[in-house]
Design a protein around this ligand. Structure first.
Ligand SMILES: [Zn+2]
Length: 337
């Protein structure tokens, strides 16, 4: 049973008596209407019982309509499976053709919600490989999630899911758990994916700590010792990598308007670091290295002592090696040239 602190509670009465689920997935939808979270609540209450747990308006307003431990009805066979597992679902405001991209505020809220679902329900940081596979997805990803086929949430948002939202969840949530604990293996887990959740622990270290040798087979229910992480020169392979030359190209070419394709997904990793440093507002972290990102990056360079904010100056907001590795060292990503 869980309520998301980032949402306004707008609980639906009758649906709260639906059966319990153990959440293993987060599935994203478009509602095909430009509604805010409150209007969505009225729709669930008055017009249909095919509700989702959450709704997100264009402005990033988030409503929670059902406890995540209760079945929601938007995901067909993923609502609740015979084994009691089920999907957490989130509807998002869209135009009436579901053809528009998520706004920057919606992307930011989907990432925050995804991190919360990952931490609260142990949903693994991967895209669902099958209809029952634990992880993250969108409505049309698997046929079993819709009775008659669907294009939901629409092609523009499916691209954002792959380029921005899912990488953003991974970037924000990876490596945040301390080691020195145990973990019970879930179905379809791999050592690589388990290690990605822990700070400074590689999959090879987990294999060694448990006497597991090639081909590194693990079984559901198996209890693994997760060693305490040590910062070492050989970083775990799952650490996020940001390519300086691709980032610089994005910073010089990205259009200032949201909703255009993202030229380099690593941009979001850097933007989230600037947000954490208090140099940029969260709602502008959208994967585009536009003017807000350039400005935030310039503030970071100035903090490091660089001067000259005019184009070509040392603090012009275009990333360089020293300023980017400083950001990466403190925010957990590796820079390559
Ligand atoms: Zn849908």
């Amino acid at each position: 049973m869980a309520m998301y602190p980032g949402a306004t509670r707008m609980l639906l009465g009758p649906e709260s008596r639906q059966p319990a689920i153990r959440p293993t997935q987060l599935l994203m939808h478009s509602i095909v209407a430009p509604w805010d979270a409150r209007r969505l609540h009225a729709y669930w209450r008055d017009s249909t019982n095919l509700e989702s747990h959450f709704g997100i308006g264009y402005g990033g307003d988030v409503g929670q309509y059902l406890d995540t431990g209760i079945r929601a009805d938007a995901n067909y066979r993923a609502n609740r499976r015979p084994d009691g597992t089920g999907a957490v679902s989130v509807e998002t405001a869209s135009n009436t053709k579901a053809s528009d991209p998520w706004t920057a505020a919606q992307v930011a809220e989907l990432i925050d919600l995804g991190v919360w679902v990952h931490r609260t329900h142990n949903v693994p940081l991967r895209i669902c490989r099958s209809a029952h596979d634990p992880g993250f997805g969108y409505h049309s990803l698997h046929r079993d999630w819709s009775p008659s086929g669907t294009a939901c949430p629409g092609p523009a948002r499916i691209r954002q899911f792959h380029e921005l939202v899912f990488p953003g969840i991974v970037a924000a949530a990876s490596g945040d758990k301390p080691g020195g604990t145990t973990y019970e293996v879930q179905r379809d887990d791999t050592l690589y994916e388990i290690a990605r959740d822990y700070r400074d622990v590689s999959w090879q270290q987990i294999a060694a700590a448990n006497g597991i040798r090639a081909p590194y087979t693990i079984h559901p229910g198996q209890e693994l010792t997760i060693p305490a992480g040590k910062t070492s020169p050989s970083r775990p392979p799952a650490r996020t990598v940001v390519d300086l030359s691709r980032l610089r190209a994005a910073a010089k070419t990205d259009p200032p308007k949201a909703g255009t394709p993202v030229s380099y997904a690593g941009t979001l990793v850097v933007e989230l670091a600037l947000v954490e440093d208090g140099l940029m507002e969260r709602r502008y972290a959208d994967g585009h290295f536009g003017s807000k990102s350039v400005h935030g990056y310039s503030l970071h360079q100035q903090r490091m002592g660089y001067r000259g904010t005019q184009p070509g100056g040392a603090a012009d907001g275009i990333p360089g090696w020293d300023s980017l590795t400083d950001l990466g060292d403190r925010h957990g990503f590796t820079v390559v040239a």
